[in-house]
Write a protein that binds this ligand. Structure first.
Ligand SMILES: O=C(O)CCC(=O)C(=O)O
Ligand SMILES: [Fe+2]
Length: 284
């Protein structure tokens, strides 16, 4: 899981020396490299998308047939597809792949005739990263990109890490690698569509745990996340506002504080890093 990039290592399991937050107007090469190398804990772009266009897109997504509840997390809703549910059996997988590209196009349509901020971000990753960027594929099929997640009043996410390699291990996908290099670290992009007046902060920690250690620290044996009493305090808590983009580390610990007064909605995708000369890949 640890690789040398020149003299710089890419690993989410090392403590960051300086967990700084970069404020920027767009996503650039230097900031992306700093994030991937653990020299920054987040990149924040305050007005990535005009608020009125975000509000219009939100209305469209909430009325769409792909909008619904997570099977296992009451009070958290989603629009779009995700790998955990979509790839959990062979039958579901066929359905997932048959819908993935059409769902990407529906997300684009929610911003039409303007450029979707998710497409803008995909292009900025492609232009900025030394090895370019592309959709993540499994056996030649592109994965869906751009799931929206809605935390209703009082809902949040406990401290957790997201790592596709762990997920595919859990789903027992032996054919996962497709001959590609190993995933070194996973970042996450969240474009906030609507935010609560109170709460809803994104908490970020400066390190991640390896899989075996993570299992020991789980809130319960079948919980997706960690027991907060067993881990240190977060390094930062960022308060999202509508139209804001935050790139942060998915395979380091992160959590969402419960929202008060209003649902909190974001479109989100993961960004896999296999090395600076390898393309970044994205999926939800
Ligand atoms: O909604 C957020 O701020 C973060 C959600 C999350 O857990 C993720 O992007 O991996
Ligand atoms: Fe997460």
């Amino acid at each position: 899981m640890i690789a040398e990039q020149g003299t710089k290592k890419i690993s989410p399991f090392d403590e960051m020396e300086n967990p700084r937050v970069i404020e920027a107007e767009r996503i650039t090469r230097d900031d992306l490299l700093a994030l991937a190398h653990g020299e920054a804990i987040a990149i924040v772009v305050r007005d990535y998308c005009p608020q009125d266009l975000c509000a219009r897109a939100t209305q469209q997504l909430l009325q769409d047939s792909l909008y619904g509840e997570y099977a296992n997390v009451p009070g958290v809703h989603k629009w779009g597809l995700n790998t955990y549910e979509g790839l959990s059996s062979k039958e579901r997988e066929q359905h997932y792949f048959s819908e993935a590209v059409a769902a990407v196009q529906s997300l684009r349509d929610a911003w039409a005739p303007y450029l979707s901020p998710i497409d803008r971000l995909r292009l900025e990753l492609q232009e900025g990263w030394p090895g370019g960027a592309n959709m993540e594929h499994l056996e030649g099929n592109p994965l869906f990109v751009g799931q929206a997640r809605v935390f209703t009043e009082g809902k949040g996410a406990i401290p957790h890490q997201d790592f596709l390699s762990w997920e595919l291990e859990d789903l027992r996908r032996e054919d996962r690698s497709d001959g590609k290099a190993e995933l070194l670290t996973q970042m996450t992009a969240n474009l906030y569509l609507q935010t609560a007046d109170e709460g809803g902060e994104l908490e970020l920690w400066s390190r991640g745990y390896e899989h075996a250690e993570y299992d020991v620290l789980r809130a319960s044996a079948d919980s997706y996340g960690l027991n907060r009493d067993l881990i240190p305090e977060p390094a930062v808590a960022l308060k999202p506002t509508a139209g804001m983009l935050i790139l942060s580390h998915a395979s380091r610990i992160h959590a969402v504080r419960p929202s008060k007064g209003r649902d909190r909605a974001a479109v989100s995708f993961f960004i896999g890093v296999r090395g600076t000369e390898q393309p970044l890949t994205y999926w939800s």
